[in-house]
Write a protein that binds this ligand. Structure first.
Ligand code: FES
Length: 108
């Protein structure tokens, strides 16, 4: 049986939580399924609200590049944009995320 990727979320209060993630899900869905605080996902994954903002601390460079639309929406996050900032709804889980560290900012 194929191993599910394991993703480490750093919560807004600094605690860490490891979550197993199915490759049929996006990162926002993984966060909601695991009740990760700070992920609001108001538009339910339509890349229209920027309330699913996360910072990919590792492996930021190995993921698919930010689309033009995601790039525009990242200008509307509540927390300041950082080099690893992404909309979690736009990142499909795959093997590249196994062992990833994903930080949830204090205000998404
Ligand atoms: S859930 Fe709205 S932009 Fe990701």
């Amino acid at each position: 049986m194929k191993k599910m990727p394991s993703i480490d979320f750093i919560l807004p209060d600094g605690r860490r939580r490891s979550c197993a993630a199915a490759e049929t899900m996006n990162l926002m869905e993984v966060a909601l399924k695991n009740s990760i605080p700070g992920i609001i996902a108001e538009c339910n994954g339509s890349a229209a609200c920027a309330t699913c903002h996360v910072i990919i601390e590792d492996p930021a460079g190995a993921l698919d590049p930010v689309s033009d639309h995601e790039n525009d929406m990242l200008d509307f996050t509540a927390a300041p944009r950082e080099p690893g900032s992404r909309l979690s709804c736009q990142i499909m889980v795959d093997a590249r995320l196994d062992g990833a560290t994903v930080r949830v900012p204090a205000a998404t």
